[in-house]
Ligand binder design. Structure first.
Ligand SMILES: [Fe+2]
Length: 550
C-alpha cells in the first residue's frame, strides 16, 4: 500500500511516504522553503500544506498523486472542539477546524490527480503514537505521547501490541505539559514552539528553588494523566525580552520547570508500567525531545528500554500517520533504521553544483581521512553527506564538526553559528568506544538522551561536556553510518580520541542545510575551514592548516 503522510495543522509541516510498510522518504517543509518551522503556528495558517516535501516524497518513489492508495492527515477535525460557525471565536479554533475539514480539497489542489476521498484523518496523538511504536525496534511497547496539544488533548498513554494500539489514558486540555513548557519558554524571552531546548540548556545553570510550589501546580493524577494549574510566571522571574541579559533568577525558573517536568514524566511512566508490565517504552510528541528528561526516564523509570522517535515533534506525525494507515490496512511495518530519510545527491550531481559555482575543490582519495586530518588540526568542517535528517537533530549528514579536545571550540562554534553562548554542543562517538567514555543507556543513535561523561574523559573532551558534567551524545555504528564511523576511526588514529563535536549545519535562525546550494551558501557566509560535499573537499581560501601526520 502507498501512503503519503502529511503534517500541516500546527507547526513543522512535513511529509512522509510509506510503501508496503517500508519508510521510503520523509522530509520537513522548512528544509525546502528555508523558513524555520515551515510556517507560523496560528490557526489561519492551517490550510498551508507541505507542498514541496509532499511532491519530493512522490518524486523520490517515482509516483504520481493518482498512484497513492491513501493520504494520512495527522489531525482529525471530527475530534476538534465544537464550533458554532463563528470562526473567529476562541482564538480562531473554528477556523482551524474548518481548514482541517477542507484539507482533502486543499490536497487535491496541491497534488493534481489526487482523489480527495483517499484522504484519511488520523487523530493527532494516534499519529504521534504510531510514529513511536510502529517505527521502534520493538513489537510490543508501552507508548507515551506528550506535546502542546492535539485536537483536544495533550497526552496519550497506551500499549502497542504487534502494531495495535490500545489507548489507556489521555489528558484533555487545558492541562498540557507541552504548553506549560512553551509558556515558560516565551516568558524567558525565547520563541515558543521552537526554542524549548534553550530553556532546557538554561536550566542546568540554575537551581529549582520553587520546586515545592510547582509540585502543587503541576502533578500527575491517579488516572494516568496530570494537572497543570495556571501559573503567574512573573511571580517567579520578570518576563525577559529576547535582547535582554538573563539572570540567575531566570535560570532558577528554567531549572524549576525542568525538574518538575522530569518528576511528572517519571510518575506518568510509573503508572504506565504498572498498567502494561512492558519492558520497553516508546515515546513521541515535542516533550519527548527533552533529552535531559529522557535520560532521567532511562535511569529512573521501571522500563528497561526507552526509544524516542527522532522526529518526535509534529513533523513526525507525517510519518506516524502514514505508518498508522498502512498498519491498519494490514501492511507489515519495517522498523525505522535511520533518520536520514531526506534529499540526497549523486557524486556527479554534487560535482555539477561545484562547477556551476566555479569553486576550487579537490577529490581526496578518502574524504573521511581528509576531514579527520583537518579536525585533528583544529579546523571546523561543514559535513554534507548522504540523505538529510528527518527531525531537528543533525546526525552526521548535515553537520558542523570540530575537535572535541579543545575547550574553546564551544565558543568558536557558537560564534560561527551566531547563537547564545550558554548553548552546548554535542559529541558523536563510535558505538564500540562509547561505554569507555559515557555512562547511561547505549547505544544512543539519535542524540535524544544526555549521558554523564566519565571522570577520566572530562578533561579530554572539554568542548562537549556541559556544565552539569553530561553530554548529549550520538553513538555511531559502522554498519549504519560507515562514512561517519570511518571519519571517527581516522580521527582516533590521529588524536587518540574517538569523539568529534557535532552540531547542525546552519546558522542562527535558519533551518538546517538541505541541498548543495544551502551548503555552499552556509560555507560562503560562515567562518568554516572546509566543506566536505560528498567526496569533494572545498577549503577556505587562505587556510594554511598544516597537513597532519598520519
Ligand atoms: Fe503534536
Amino acid at each position: 500500500m502507498r501512503v503519503l503522510g502529511v503534517n500541516a495543522v500546527f507547526h513543522d509541516p512535513a511529509a512522509a511516504l510509506v510503501v508496503d510498510g517500508e519508510i521510503v522518504a520523509a522530509a520537513e517543509e522548512e528544509r525546502f522553503t528555508r523558513r524555520k518551522h515551515g510556517k507560523s503556528p496560528v490557526a489561519f495558517a492551517t490550510w498551508e500544506l507541505p507542498e514541496q516535501s509532499m511532491r519530493w516524497c512522490l518524486r523520490r518513489a517515482g509516483l504520481e498523486p493518482a498512484d497513492l492508495d491513501a493520504v494520512a492527515y495527522s489531525y482529525d477535525p471530527a475530534l476538534a472542539p465544537e464550533f458554532d460557525g463563528d470562526v473567529v471565536a476562541d482564538d480562531w479554533e473554528g477556523l482551524r477546524t474548518l481548514y482541517a475539514q477542507r484539507a482533502p480539497l486543499f490536497l487535491r489542489t496541491a497534488l493534481p490527480g489526487l482523489d480527495p476521498a483517499k484522504v484519511t484523518f488520523v487523530p493527532h496523538h494516534v499519529a504521534h503514537a504510531a510514529s513511536a511504536h510502529l517505527a521502534a525496534p520493538y513489537r510490543n511497547s508501552a507508548v507515551l505521547v506528550l506535546d502542546g496539544r492535539g485536537e483536544v488533548a495533550s497526552h496519550l498513554a497506551g500499549r502497542a501490541n504487534d502494531g495495535q494500539l490500545d489507548v489507556l489514558a489521555t489528558q484533555h486540555l487545558p492541562h498540557s505539559l507541552g504548553l506549560l513548557y512553551e509558556e515558560v519558554t516565551a516568558h524567558l524571552g525565547f520563541r515558543r514552539s521552537s526554542d524549548e531546548y534553550k530553556v532546557m540548556a538554561m536550566a542546568s545553570y540554575g537551581s529549582p528553588r520553587w520546586l515545592a510550589e510547582f509540585r502543587e501546580l503541576v502533578h500527575a493524577t491517579d488516572d494516568g494523566g496530570f494537572a497543570t494549574e495556571p501559573i503567574d510566571w512573573s511571580r517567579y522571574a520578570p518576563a525577559r525580552r529576547g535582547d535582554m541579559d538573563w539572570t540567575s533568577t531566570h535560570a532558577d525558573l528554567a531549572s524549576t520547570v525542568q525538574i518538575r517536568l522530569e518528576e511528572v514524566l517519571l510518575d506518568l511512566a510509573g503508572w504506565l508500567h504498572r498498567q502494561t508490565g512492558e519492558r520497553a517504552l516508546t515515546m513521541a510528541g515535542g516533550v519527548a525531545l527533552n533529552c535531559v528528561a529522557n535520560a532521567r526516564l532511562a535511569a529512573e523509570s521501571p522500563f528497561d528500554h526507552i526509544w524516542v522517535q527522532p522526529a518526535a515533534g509534529d513533523a513526525g506525525t507525517a510519518l506516524g500517520g502514514a505508518l498508522h494507515v498502512a498498519a491498519a490496512h494490514g501492511d507489515r511495518i519495517a522498523p525505522m533504521k535511520t533518520a536520514a530519510l531526506g534529499r540526497s545527491w549523486s557524486d556527479a550531481e554534487l560535482a555539477a553544483w561545484l562547477v556551476t559555482a566555479d569553486i576550487p575543490h579537490e577529490r581526496p582519495d578518502d574524504i573521511a581521512d581528509a576531514v579527520a586530518g583537518i579536525l585533528a588540526d583544529n579546523g571546523i568542517v561543514a559535513w554534507f553527506q548522504g540523505g538529510s535528517e528527518y527531525g531537528p537533530r543533525a546526525l552526521g549528514h548535515r553537520s558542523l564538526l570540530a575537535n572535541a579536545t579543545r575547550a574553546d571550540n564551544l565558543k568558536r562554534l557558537n560564534d560561527v553559528k551566531g547563537r547564545e553562548q550558554f548553548r552546548p554542543v554535542a559529541p558523536m562517538v563510535l558505538t564500540d568506544r562509547a561505554a569507555d567514555i559515557f555512562e547511561g543507556q547505549l547505544p544512543s543513535p539519535y542524540m535524544l538522551f544526555t549521558h554523564r561523561v566519565k571522570p577520566a574523559w572530562m578533561d579530554r573532551i572539554p568542548a562537549v561536556v556541559h556544565v552539569d558534567g553530561t553530554a548529549r551524545i550520538q553513538t555511531v555504528d559502522a554498519g549504519d553510518e560507515p562514512l561517519v564511523a570511518s571519519m571517527l576511526r581516522h580521527l582516533e588514529r590521529r588524536t587518540g580520541v574517538p569523539v568529534v563535536v557535532n552540531t547542525s549545519l546552519n546558522t542562527a535562525g535558519r533551518p538546517m542545510v538541505d541541498d548543495p546550494r544551502d551548503a555552499l551558501e552556509c560555507f560562503g557566509s560562515a567562518p568554516v575551514d572546509a566543506l566536505a560535499l560528498g567526496p569533494y573537499l572545498i577549503r577556505r581560501r587562505g587556510l594554511t592548516l598544516p597537513e597532519s601526520a598520519a
